[in-house]
Design a binder for this molecule. Structure first.
Ligand code: SF4
Ligand code: SF4
Length: 97
């Protein structure tokens, strides 16, 4: 299935791809935070059920534990400044299924 996430140029250097679990399946999820847009409100940090985020020295969100991300997109949908992009890819096992 193609990734239908709207294209937005990532900025900063927080892109890490790591395996995550969703509904018992392995997925790859990447969480990108645009530090030029983030205003350090903390909404994503509070909402994330997997506690993926930490704050940097300016209070901005840092996706420090991307391996725990389930690609639920709560952070992306609730960020008031559209500073987060979550990319999820199906695993090779799912592609073969
Ligand atoms: S919700 Fe958006 S603006 Fe607020 S801390 Fe998270 S990334 Fe930054
Ligand atoms: S997509 Fe969900 S699990 Fe992943 S960082 Fe955002 S809120 Fe947390």
């Amino acid at each position: 299935m193609p990734d239908d996430t709207p294209a937005r140029p990532p900025q900063g250097d927080q892109t890490v791809t790591a395996p995550a679990k969703r509904a018992g399946r392995k997925v790859k999820a990447s969480v990108l935070v645009d530090l030029d847009l983030c205003k350090a409100c903390g909404i994503c940090i509070s909402l994330c059920p997997e506690r993926v985020f930490d704050r940097d020295e300016d209070g901005c969100a840092v996706a420090a534990r991307q391996q725990d991300c389930t690609a639920c997109r709560l952070c992306e949908w609730h960020c008031p400044d559209f500073a987060i992009e979550v990319r999820a890819e199906r695993s090779a096992a799912e592609e073969d299924a």
